[in-house]
Design a protein around this ligand. Structure first.
Ligand code: AMP
Length: 215
């Protein structure tokens, strides 16, 4: 198979970026680079980065651009990125987008389009197993027994930043800092907007119907 394009996924929190990024990465055998996951791991491990990240994340605010760029630059240097990658969670500001260009050439930006009310509904219902990391949703993908992981029987948790107040703040942060990237990438003619409504598989089909193979 030929290489995949170097892809950035954009969209408000709750648009399904994480899920779609994982599916694209699987399909094309490229890494998914999720800055949110990198930060959550650091929080879990209690590193210095984690301590700095936790406060920002719990308020629904962004971490400093320079710090995020250092993290992503290190990650993009690893050899698994040479046949393409999916970036999920960065850039989140125009400054990050400009810095990213200095590190690597992005071929395509896929923006998942979902309305705000839908996003709040999706995020507020999201649950995660703290042990095996299986993901659930109280409405769309409920576990067999309420609030218990199907796989390992552990009580499910909500991400700290999925509380409604924090969700509203993450959306505000998105509108203010990240949404301008749509215009930014549109001007560069690499933006593709897809409808994020419907089933996970339908959204995935819309994404792979874009030409993601590199020639
Ligand atoms: P996510 O899982 O992508 O929704 O990210 C969770 C949180 O991590 C965000 O709400 C931010 O606090 C932080 N974060 C992730 N990526 C970035 C980034 N590129 N720039 C600044 N903060 C970020």
């Amino acid at each position: 198979m030929s290489d995949m394009k170097r892809l950035v996924l954009l969209g408000p929190p709750g648009a399904g970026k994480g899920t779609q990024a994982a599916m694209i990465a699987d399909h094309f055998c490229v890494p998914r680079i999720s800055t949110g996951d990198i930060l959550r791991n650091a929080v879990r491990e209690g590193t210095a980065l984690g301590q700095q990240a936790r406060a920002h994340m719990n308020r629904g605010e962004l971490l400093p651009d320079s710090l995020m760029m250092e993290i992503v630059e290190e990650r993009l240097k690893l050899p698994d990125c040479k046949n393409g990658f999916v970036l999920d969670g960065l850039p989140r500001t125009v400054i990050q987008a400009k810095e990213l260009e200095k590190i690597v050439n992005i071929d395509i930006v896929v923006a998942i389009d979902v309305g705000e009310e839908e996003v709040v509904r999706r995020l507020a219902g999201r649950r995660l197993c703290p042990i095996c990391e299986a993901g659930y949703h109280v409405e769309f993908k409920p576990p067999r027994q309420a609030e218990i992981c199907d796989r390992c029987g552990t009580p499910l948790k909500q991400r700290d930043d999925d509380q409604e107040g924090v969700i509203r703040n993450r959306l505000k942060t998105y509108r203010e800092w990240t949404a301008p990237l749509l215009e930014y990438y549109k001007r560069k003619s690499i933006l593709r907007v897809i409808d994020g409504k419907g089933k996970v598989e339908e959204v995935f089909r819309r994404i792979v119907s874009l030409d993601l193979q590199k020639r």
